[in-house]
Design a protein. Structure first.
Length: 301
C-alpha cells in the first residue's frame, strides 16, 4: 500500500498549484516557451522554472525537451486534458462573475491584423450599453471553441465540424510591401513562428534572402517601415501603413476566405448573437485602401 503522505492531497495543495497547471496548459498547447510567454506575460526563464518545479512536485515527467520544443509526454498529454477542464471551469466562473456587473463578455479570437482592425474600429460596431461586452483574444492559432476557450473565432476557412456554425464575411488578400521597389532583402518569421500561410510562403520562396526575422507580425511591419526589407502583409492592414507601398500584385496563393465561427449550441445566446451580427456587418464593409496611385503594382518577386 502506498504511503498516504507520499503525494499531495486537496487539503494541502497550494493556490499556486492551480496557477502552475494553467501555465503548464499554455506551454503544452504551444509546445514552445516563447509562445507560452507571449500568451501568459511571463518570461521564458520563469516558465521553465515553474515547469521544472511542477514536474518535481507531481513526480512525473511532463515534457520531452528537444529541437521540437516542449513536447508533452504521455503523462503530460493526460494532464493537459485535465488542465483544459480546469481552464473551462475558470472561464465559466469569470463569465458568471462578469455577468453580475454588466453585459456578458463575448470572447473573440483572431489573428494579429484582424484583431487590431477590430480594436481600432470598435466604435463603429459597438457602443457602451450594448447587450455584450467585447473581450479580444489575439492568437494566430485556432483556439478551442468546443471547450469554450473563445465564443467566436475569425478564421480563414469554412468550419469543418458539425458542431460549429459559420458565417462567411469576405476574403483576405496579401501582397508584398516595402518602403520602395528598390528594397531587395526580405523580412521573415523566427524559426518557431512559421504557423501562418504568409510566414510559410516567405520561408519557402525567400528563405535564403531574409535579412531580419521576428516572431511578432507588428515588429516585421516596423522593420519593413525602417527600409530593411520586404514583407508579406494582408492588404487591409498594410495599404494604410505609413511609409509602405505595394511592390507586388496580390499573392494569389495566400488569398483566403474569412469566416466568423461559433459553437452551434451558443449561436442563439443573446449576447453572442448580438456580437455575431455586429462583427459580421462590420467585416463585410469595404476596408480602407490607399489611393492606387500611391501603391505601385509590380510582379511578385
Amino acid at each position: 500500500m502506498s504511503d498516504p503522505g507520499s503525494a499531495p492531497t486537496l487539503a494541502i495543495m497550494q493556490i499556486t498549484d492551480w496557477t502552475d497547471y494553467g501555465l503548464f496548459a499554455a506551454v503544452a498547447r504551444h509546445g514552445s516557451l516563447a509562445r507560452a510567454a507571449h500568451e501568459t506575460g511571463l518570461s521564458q526563464a520563469t516558465l521553465s522554472r515553474r515547469m521544472t518545479a511542477l514536474e518535481q512536485r507531481t513526480g512525473r515527467r511532463l515534457f520531452a525537451h528537444g529541437a521540437a520544443g516542449y513536447t508533452p509526454t504521455t503523462e503530460g498529454r493526460a494532464l493537459l486534458e485535465q488542465a483544459k477542464k480546469m481552464e473551462a471551469a475558470a472561464r465559466g466562473i469569470a463569465h458568471w462573475s462578469a455577468a453580475q456587473s454588466g453585459p456578458p463578455r463575448v470572447r473573440i479570437s483572431a489573428g494579429t491584423w484582424t484583431m487590431l482592425y477590430l480594436a481600432r474600429h470598435l466604435d463603429t460596431y459597438w457602443r457602451q450599453g450594448d447587450r455584450w461586452t467585447p473581450e479580444f483574444v489575439s492568437c494566430n492559432l485556432d483556439m478551442d471553441i468546443e471547450r469554450r476557450e473563445v465564443d467566436i473565432g475569425i478564421r480563414n476557412r469554412r468550419p469543418n465540424h458539425d458542431w460549429l456554425a459559420g458565417r462567411r464575411t469576405g476574403h483576405v488578400e496579401h501582397a508584398i510591401y516595402a518602403t520602395s521597389a528598390n528594397v531587395k532583402g526580405w523580412i521573415g518569421p523566427s524559426d518557431d513562428t512559421a504557423t501562418l500561410p504568409s510566414e510559410a510562403w516567405t520561408i519557402a520562396h525567400h528563405g535564403d534572402d531574409m535579412v531580419a526575422v521576428s516572431n511578432d507580425p507588428q515588429v516585421r511591419m516596423a522593420l519593413a517601415q525602417s527600409g530593411v526589407g520586404r514583407v508579406v502583409l494582408p492588404t487591409f492592414a498594410a495599404d494604410t501603413a505609413p511609409g509602405l507601398v505595394r511592390v507586388s500584385g496580390i499573392v494569389d496563393a495566400l488569398t483566403s476566405e474569412e469566416w466568423l465561427v461559433c459553437h452551434q449550441d451558443t449561436r442563439h445566446d443573446p449576447a453572442i448573437r448580438a456580437a455575431l451580427d455586429a462583427i459580421s456587418g462590420f467585416l463585410k464593409r469595404p476596408r480602407p485602401l490607399r489611393d492606387a496611385a500611391e501603391s505601385p503594382t509590380l510582379s511578385v518577386g
